[in-house]
Design a protein around this ligand. Structure first.
Ligand SMILES: [Fe+2]
Ligand SMILES: [Fe+2]
Length: 139
């Protein structure tokens, strides 16, 4: 296991975070009316968490000797609220899996602080997924 593998993984996570910031901000703008008001508020709040995650990843990649990506991961644009929520729930779950895999890599490389922070971010994404699922169930 090499440091380069971890840097590559963290850069994929970073691209996902940058994409999520854009996706949530975009989706918040697409939320109209009373039904979507709660989703709009939640997306705006979660976008702030994702910016924090992206900033952490940039710092760590830089510190490990890598070059942080500035290219966001592309995402689908469902037309309706239900489609947006389903996509977001799915992508949050993917982020959890990726963070836990990369936390394991960090542990193998004897980088306990990075391991712990990645696990904490996995828990953040699981929390985002839970909130989004709660709204999805109400539709
Ligand atoms: Fe995130
Ligand atoms: Fe998230």
């Amino acid at each position: 296991m090499s440091k380069e593998t971890l840097i590559k993984g963290l850069n994929e996570d970073l691209a996902a975070e940058l994409g999520t910031v854009i996706r949530y901000t975009y989706q918040a703008a697409k939320c109209y009316g009373l039904v979507a008001a709660e989703l709009r508020e939640l997306l705006a709040e979660e976008a702030k968490d994702e910016i924090g995650h992206a900033a952490y990843l940039m710092d760590v990649i830089q510190d490990l000797g890598g070059e942080p990506t500035t290219t966001p991961k592309a995402f689908d644009k469902p037309a309706d609220i239900k489609g947006m929520l389903e996509l977001d729930v799915k992508m949050e779950a993917e982020d959890v899996v990726n963070y836990l895999a990369h936390a394991k890599l960090a542990e193998e490389l004897n980088l306990p602080d990075i391991k712990m922070k990645l696990e904490e971010m996995a828990a953040d994404e699981a929390g985002h997924g839970r909130e989004l699922r709660r709204l999805l169930k109400g539709l």
